[in-house]
Design a binder for this molecule. Structure first.
Ligand SMILES: [Cu+2]
Length: 63
């Protein structure tokens, strides 16, 4: 899945998002492009759970 995440400004934010996704989708591969805010999650992952986890970390998700 590919998500657009708003509010990530630095590598620390990217890592926070990475950790949030890993919590709900431990087997998934996560790629983050900071400049565009694009978060790509490959593998077994429940989209609603991933979005909820990212939002809980304090970032806005647009699809
Ligand atoms: Cu940051």
């Amino acid at each position: 899945m590919e998500l657009k995440v708003q509010g990530m400004t630095c590598e620390g934010c990217a890592n926070a998002v990475r950790r949030s996704v890993a919590r709900v989708a431990p087997d998934a591969r996560v790629a983050i492009d900071l400049a565009s805010g694009r978060v790509t999650v490959d593998g077994r992952a429940d989209e609603a759970a991933v979005i909820a986890a990212i939002e809980k970390a304090g970032y806005d998700v647009a699809r």
